[in-house]
Design a protein around this ligand. Structure first.
Ligand code: ZN
Length: 333
């Protein structure tokens, strides 16, 4: 090895090692803190609702986090972003949550997964459903995947390897489970391998009585098309807009199959939303079809109460602006 090559090799080695040092340090901190948390296993939730299913869309900025409450049960769907890592945790505390029955982590992008660090350090979680990305190469694509996956595995170990679950059985069929008086059914990811991490998003349909809610993570057109072609019943009263209302998702064919009466959009109207989510064409579709819109960038956190026959909310605006228009307004003020 000549001198130049040796130097290059050494530099590369130092770079790799420093990445691992950061990762290992994070994990060690987590493990130590986790040991303190294990004593919280006896925590008991109060009765949050008298039978109703409550959906809290938490204003985490440019990301997703939803807290679902029914009777004394708690479910968290995604946990928010790297730049707002404690918001979901704080929201859980404000709601009086003592322990979490279910976490659904739709996929491993930072705007959905980062807040889980904070939540897992504070809360005992019974089940965390994740998407199986074993055929994906996270080193090439996304460091978040590697870090969150490693963190979940450590937390899982301390919970006696009972906590982590894939949404699919080994034969490829989807799992379902009961959440208090509601049922939860996974519909996607249909394939085992995608180029785009967004398409690995877990899609979950939650039904309480006559009311159905569809959570879609950040699925793109490709996964939407697969869902339509699978022939599964996509109809839902409330639809969590895929990928924060992005142009690369929310095709008309998909929206027609869902045929929602209300849509939930979680996005930021500031510096973190350079994508202009939600896009104008999507907002126009919702307006034309008289679909109610709830969005965090305008209203902050939103609470929906479902009694099994209908639902009501405490925040709604009907001005149907795209994210880009809202950002422009903010700037001109
Ligand atoms: Zn996202």
């Amino acid at each position: 090895m000549n001198n130049f090559k040796a130097k290059k090799f050494f530099r590369k080695l130092v770079k790799t090692l420093s990445c691992f040092t950061v990762l290992i340090t994070l994990l060690v901190i987590l493990v130590v803190l986790r040991l303190y948390v294990v004593s919280k296993n006896d925590d008991v939730n109060p009765q949050f609702t008298n039978g109703n299913l409550e959906v809290h869309m938490i204003d985490v900025g440019q990301g997703d986090s939803f807290v679902l409450l029914q009777n004394d049960k708690v479910m968290l769907i995604d946990a928010g972003t790297m730049y707002n890592p404690d918001v979901a945790n704080k929201a859980l505390k404000e709601l009086g949550v003592q322990k979490i029955d279910y976490v659904i982590l739709t996929h491993f992008h930072q705007d959905h997964a980062s807040g889980l660090f904070s939540v897992l350090l504070d809360y005992k979680v019974d089940h965390v459903y994740i998407t199986n990305m074993s055929k994906h190469n996270p080193f090439k694509m996304d460091l978040t995947y590697y870090v969150i996956n490693a963190m979940l595995k450590v937390a899982n170990y301390f919970d006696g390897n009972q906590m982590l679950e894939y949404a699919k059985y080994e034969d490829g069929s989807f799992k379902t489970f009961e959440f208090s008086d509601s049922s939860v059914e996974f519909l996607a990811p249909i394939d085992d391998e995608y180029d785009d991490i967004n398409n690995y998003s877990l899609v979950a349909k939650i039904t309480y009585g006559d009311v159905k809610i569809l959570f879609t993570g950040d699925i793109e057109k490709e996964a939407e098309k697969q869902l339509i072609e699978s022939g599964v019943d996509l109809s839902a009263d409330i639809y969590k807009a895929a990928h924060h209302g992005s142009l690369t998702s929310n095709t008309e064919e998909f929206l027609e199959k869902i045929n929602p009466s209300a849509v939930l959009i979680s996005s930021d109207n500031g510096n973190h939303n350079s994508y202009g989510h939600p896009v104008a064409s999507f907002m126009e579709y919702l307006q034309e079809n008289k679909i109610r819109v709830y969005r965090t960038d305008e209203s902050g956190s939103v609470k929906i109460i479902i009694d099994g026959k209908s639902f009501l909310s405490d925040t709604s605006r009907d001005d149907y602006k795209s994210g880009k228009e809202i950002m422009e307004e903010e700037q001109s003020n």
